[in-house]
Write a protein that binds this ligand. Structure first.
Ligand SMILES: NC(=O)c1ccc[n+]([C@@H]2O[C@H](COP(=O)([O-])OP(=O)(O)OC[C@H]3O[C@@H](n4cnc5c(N)ncnc54)[C@H](OP(=O)(O)O)[C@@H]3O)[C@@H](O)[C@H]2O)c1
Length: 393
């Protein structure tokens, strides 16, 4: 297929269709429905929005993970001809249905099995669920190799690197750099961060995202998870992956080559741009995203990240270097700690210290199979929950 031509009609599955990435994917599909045939839409429990999306796009199948949401979904879709199902197994079955392109946008470890099922079909998988590569990197990548699947990075930074690497000789690459907005506490003192409430931490200055990734941006754990994700996606060691704080979020990622050239991808901070890139790949499609106006932006600023105020980034790099199950422990402990913070059981700075303690306690066990990863995930969650409960007391 030439880069300019698009396939006639692509079959599409969206895992996590009711979330932030999911609804933006649905927006793009709705803008040009003749080009896409929707196979399956999957959500956690939001039956009302899922039913609305499935009806509007004429999906074949709609699934909720939470069985308690099944009656509402069944009732909302009665008489439409759209088949419905519920429960974790039904989620994986939907992911395994044949589709040309799957958006993997379920948050956290809950998305592991479905993302793996989509990869095993050997087609294109647009990967937003970064935790899948972080927790089960080798499992996912060996499934990609075995099935001949194509992973298309959705995270704006990885998508930027993917675009800047296109057709370049990997051997000529010196390093890549992921940019970070710095989040709501970029210039805050440690004392201010210690007192931060969920409301303040959720207020991201640039991106509008789901709750978990918004808190991860505030601690910079998000950038740490992205360093691990980049190591997996692009086959690079920690030393070749830089991070630069760039509050305007105009440059999303940079690739340094051995001749001194630097290629970067720029754009307005709008997730529809990287999502559309994966949706139309290897062609491009029009989006309604605001066009970048550099004169209006005026100045672009860059800073080194502060690892004292943002220890989560250091912890993620340590987990990457340790290998084995360390990234899975980091990610699972972080999910629990973020949840505990959102429930006001622990303070903002306790998120990273909880993760650090769980990592120290569990070490670097193997994570070569999905079962090992799932067992490790459960053990890390229990350890993190015990610590959060002790801190809350
Ligand atoms: N948001 C962004 O801009 C952004 C950017 C880059 C990467 N990402 C990554 O993309 C992923 C999704 O992020 P998000 O911000 O879109 O999250 P979100 O808004 O919280 O949405 C999560 C989606 O997953 C569904 N879900 C939750 N638990 C599920 C389960 N057990 N089984 C099936 N579906 C389940 C949710 O359904 P309900 O609505 O029914 O709960 C929802 O559709 C994350 O891994 C995140 O790190 C996000």
């Amino acid at each position: 297929m030439s880069a300019a031509s698009l396939p006639p009609k692509r079959s599409i599955t969206v895992l996590g269709s009711t979330g932030s990435v999911g609804t933006q994917t649905i927006d793009l599909l709705s803008a040009d429905p003749a080009r896409f045939a929707v196979r399956a839409l999957v959500a956690g429990r939001n039956a009302a929005l899922l039913a609305e999306q499935a009806t509007a796009l004429g999906a074949e199948h709609a699934v909720v993970a939470d069985p308690a949401a099944y009656p509402a979904l069944r009732q909302a879709l009665a008489g439409t001809g759209i088949t419905v199902a519920a429960g974790p197994e039904a989620v994986v079955e939907a992911a395994a249905m044949d589709a040309d392109w799957t958006m993997a946008a379920i948050t956290g470890a809950a998305g592991l099995a479905a993302t793996l099922a989509a990869i095993r079909r050997g087609r294109a998988v647009a990967l937003a669920n970064k935790e899948a590569l972080v927790c089960a990197g080798e499992v996912m990548l060996s499934a990609v190799r075995e099935a001949g699947a194509t992973l298309l990075p959705v995270d704006s930074e990885h998508n930027a690197i993917f675009q800047s690497l296109a057709d370049q000789n990997h051997a000529a690459l010196e390093k890549i750099v992921l940019t970070a907005s710095g989040g709501p506490f970029r210039t805050a003192s440690l004392e201010e961060m210690a007192r931060a409430t969920p409301d303040v931490a959720l207020r991201h200055p640039i991106w509008s995202m789901g709750a978990k990734i918004s808190i991860d941006s505030a601690t910079m754990m998000n950038k740490g998870l992205e360093v691990i994700e980049a190591a997996r996606l692009f086959g690079l060691p920690d030393a070749k992956i830089g991070v630069l704080v760039h509050p305007q979020s105009v440059i999303h990622g940079l690739v340094y080559y051995q001749d001194g050239s630097v290629l970067a991808q720029l754009g307005s901070p709008d997730m529809r741009i990287p999502i559309s890139h994966t949706l139309a790949w290897p062609a491009r499609m029009a989006t309604p995203s605001p066009r970048l106006d550099l004169a209006a932006v005026g100045r672009l600023e860059f800073d080194e990240p502060d690892l004292v105020r943002f220890p989560a980034l250091r912890l993620a790099r340590e987990a990457l270097r340790a290998g084995g199950g360390a990234p899975a422990i980091l990610s699972a402990a972080n999910e629990v700690a973020v949840d505990a913070f959102l429930q006001r059981r622990i303070g903002f700075l306790d998120i990273a210290s909880t993760v650090e303690e769980v990592m120290a306690a569990l070490g670097t066990p193997p994570a070569d199979t999905l079962d090992q990863v799932i067992a490790l995930d459960a053990e890390s969650r229990r350890a993190a929950d015990r610590l959060a409960t002790a801190r809350a007391a």
